[in-house]
Each structure stands twice: as structure tokens, then as C-alpha cells.
Design a binder for this molecule. Structure first.
Ligand SMILES: *Cc1c(COP(=O)(O)O)cnc(C)c1O
Length: 409
């Protein structure tokens, strides 16, 4: 008899996006005439086409593979040097990292989940609340938690509430934790973290010998020059932090798939006998065994993001989405709602009108405005009372969403 991993049975069945899907299907079945006018601002997926520079680089790479002289088979598991160098030169110039610290992957969702392979059992793990659900569920799957309570909080995890009072950047935990997931600019709240706030976390991590898993998937959307773009801008982070980045949101790679983890040589963890081991060496070993590299055309496409033309095209995409975010912020403010985020991130985080829960607001928006938003409670108990509007959309749709918000709320 094949035994399954029982931890999977702890996962909550009503995961956010399937539940949204169910409610949207029920609505369109009951109102077939309204299906066509439905606007989806729910899942955080990009909508605009892949930059031309990227497409050209990918076409060229495919043609190289079609010629015996330029054909390439398996590439280096950790990524091609051309891309690791481009990342180090463009993202980490003047920071304590080199191309050898960059591990190219097929995206950050996989990376943030897979990283748990190299950490042992028994770590005290902290996540923010609300949170990107992948961090939590991958810890459940690997056995780092107990069961969920009725609010969906898993026993064994430390939840750090992110509220309007703390500007959606959590206070340091009172207890000692070993691993902390932080994501700034944040999904779902759209908040960004200041230098001082990140410094406090880095100091905490050094003092408590903990590791910060820093997800910077939305770095490209930072508009404020005071907001740090990388955790390594904070002194000491090279001793205690890993940084996850993705080409999904800046380059529109959600379907193409490419990202990376930066792991400085100086980040270490302890073996069960107390020996200090480099995290980078473990991740490198893990990568060689379990991964055969992101595809060559994809890595060439990612490299093109750093070309002159690529940078301009990415800027235009970011400007487009951030323009959407500004319109959504404006519309929500105009109708008297409390609005957060959307200034350095493509998500607008809005307090529900008095008396409505997150799911009430979801239903109201679906039924009255025919707009799909994401209920805050789906990202954690502390998300109750909020909803997220994604700015990933066409300008036309966003203008229409703003009009409907003003009409129906
Ligand atoms: C979109 C997103 C990512 C990127 O995921 P990919 O797998 O690279 O597409 C990572 N973290 C967060 C919080 C995200 O929202």
C-alpha cells in the first residue's frame, strides 16, 4: 500500500481562487447576459503583451536551437552565465553580490516553495498576515505545521499581523523565530517597506540568527526613490537574507516562466550537530539534483529585459500598470473608501464599506458592478475587512471598473 503525505490533508480545501472561480461561474450561469461585461481584477496576472525585445531574443534563440552549429542541449542547472551576469550587473551593482550568487529558475512561486527542501524540521517560521498563500501552504505540505484553526491559521506558524496601524509592515515578533518570509512591495496589500523598517528586520535576524526569505517580485513597480529595491541595500542583509525575484510581473513572464534566487555566500544555517553550513552550497546542490535549468530561449528572453530596448519596454509596462493603479486609487478615494497600496505596487488594498465582510464585498462587486475583486480574508485572517483590486488590466477595463465603482458604491 502506498502511503501518501498526510500533511496534504491539512490543506484547506476552499482555497481562495477556486472559491472565487465557483462564485464567478455561479454568477455567469445565473446571468448569462452579464457574462460578457464581467471584468476580472482578481488574480494577479499580467495582461499586456510580452515586450518586443524579449520576443525577438526568444525567436533568435529558437532559431539557434534549429541549427546543428548553434544547438544547445542541457544548460547549467544554476542558469547561463549571460543571464546571471546580466542580473548581477543590473540589479546588484554596488551591492555585496556576484553573478555566482544568482540561481536562475522557472519562477518565484516554485523557488519560494522549493527552498524548504534545504531547511530542517523544527524551525520556528513566521509569515505575515495577510500573506501570499504559497509560503504557508508549502510549509504545511512539508510538515512544518499542525492543523488549521477556524480562521485558517496553522498551528506552529507565527503570524505577524499587517494592519493599517503598522502600515502593513509587521512589528518584530516578541519571540525568537528562525525563518521569516517578507514580501515588499507586498502582495496583497500593495504596501512597501522603508529602509528603517527593513533595517529593523535585518538587525532582528542577525541578533536571533534567523534567515529572512525576501520576496521582491514587485521591485520594478517601486516609484519612490527612497524605497529600497533589494534587501541587500540594507547593511548586514548579506549575512541573513535570501532574495527571490521574478520576471513575471516586470517583463510579463507569467506564462514564459523565469525568476531567480540571490543567495550570498555568507548566509549560513546550522546542521543538527551545530556546524555552520552555507545555504548557497546546499541550494546549489539541490538545484543540480532536482532541476535541469530554465529553458534556453526563456533565459535569452529574460536577458533581453536588460537591453536598452528591453528596459524602455519594461518601463512602459510598469508605467501602464501604475497608471491603472492611480486611477483605481482615485476612484476608491472619491467614493469615500480608505485606500492603501497602489503607489509602489500594482495592487490597491481597500477597506470594505462599514458593515461588509470581505466576501460580502466580493459578492456585491460581482452582482452589482460585475467586477471580480479578491476578498482580503482569502490572504489571511488579518485581511478580513479589506479587498484587493489588481491593476493588471487594460486601461479601458480599469476606466470602466472606476465608473462602475462610482456608480454602485
Ligand atoms: C507573482 C508573484 C511571484 C512571482 O511568481 P512566479 O512564479 O515567478 O510567476 C512571487 N511572489 C509573489 C508574492 C507574487 O505575487
Amino acid at each position: 500500500m502506498a502511503q501518501i503525505n498526510d500533511n496534504f490533508l491539512k490543506l484547506k480545501a476552499g482555497y481562495l481562487f477556486p472559491e472565487i472561480g465557483r462564485r464567478v461561474s455561479a454568477f455567469t450561469e445565473a446571468n448569462p447576459d452579464k457574462a460578457a461585461s464581467l471584468i476580472r481584477c482578481g488574480i494577479g496576472d499580467v495582461t499586456e503583451p510580452l515586450p518586443l525585445a524579449v520576443r525577438e531574443a526568444m525567436h533568435k534563440a529558437v532559431d539557434e536551437l534549429g541549427n546543428r552549429d548553434t544547438f544547445r542541449g542541457y544548460g547549467p542547472e544554476q542558469g547561463y552565465d549571460f543571464l546571471r551576469n546580466a542580473v548581477a550587473d543590473n540589479f546588484y551593482q554596488d551591492l555585496p553580490l556576484t553573478a555566482a550568487d544568482i540561481f536562475i529558475s522557472d519562477g518565484s512561486k516554485c523557488d519560494t516553495g522549493n527552498i524548504l527542501d534545504i531547511f530542517g524540521p523544527g524551525n520556528k517560521i513566521a509569515v505575515t498576515d495577510p500573506v501570499y498563500p504559497v509560503y504557508v501552504d508549502t510549509n504545511v505540505m512539508i510538515g512544518n505545521t499542525g492543523e488549521a484553526d477556524e480562521d485558517g491559521r496553522y498551528e506552529g506558524l507565527v503570524y505577524l499581523p499587517c494592519t493599517a496601524e503598522n502600515n502593513f509592515v509587521p512589528a518584530l515578533p516578541a519571540e525568537k523565530v528562525d525563518i521569516i518570509y517578507l514580501c515588499y512591495p507586498n502582495n496583497p496589500t500593495g504596501a512597501s517597506a522603508t529602509r528603517d523598517q527593513l533595517k529593523a528586520w535585518v538587525d532582528y535576524a542577525i541578533e536571533n540568527d534567523s534567515i529572512i526569505l525576501y520576496d521582491a517580485a514587485y521591485e520594478a513597480f517601486i516609484q519612490d526613490s527612497e524605497v529600497p529595491r533589494s534587501i541587500y541595500e540594507i547593511e548586514g542583509a548579506e549575512k541573513c537574507a535570501l532574495e527571490f525575484r521574478s520576471f513575471s510581473k516586470n517583463g510579463g513572464f507569467t506564462g514564459v516562466r523565469c525568476g531567480f534566487i540571490a543567495i550570498p555566500e555568507t548566509v549560513t544555517g546550522a546542521s543538527s550537530t551545530g556546524e555552520r553550513i552555507s545555504i548557497k552550497s546546499l541550494w546549489s546542490r539541490r538545484t543540480s539534483t532536482k532541476f535541469n535549468g530554465a529553458s534556453y530561449p526563456v533565459q535569452r528572453g529574460a536577458e533581453a529585459i536588460f537591453s536598452e530596448a528591453g528596459k524602455a519596454q519594461v518601463s512602459a509596462l510598469v508605467e501602464h500598470y501604475m497608471g491603472n493603479a492611480a486611477l483605481l486609487r482615485e476612484a476608491c478615494t472619491e467614493i469615500g473608501l480608505s485606500v492603501f497600496g497602489g503607489e509602489n505596487a500594482p495592487y490597491v488594498w481597500v477597506a470594505c464599506p462599514e458593515g461588509l465582510t470581505s466576501w460580502d464585498m466580493f459578492d456585491k462587486m460581482l452582482n452589482d458592478a460585475n467586477v471580480v475583486i479578491t476578498p482580503g480574508s482569502g490572504f489571511g485572517a488579518a485581511g478580513e475587512g479589506y479587498f484587493r483590486i489588481s491593476a493588471f488590466n487594460s486601461r479601458e477595463n480599469v476606466i470602466e471598473v472606476c465608473n462602475r465603482l462610482k456608480k454602485h458604491l
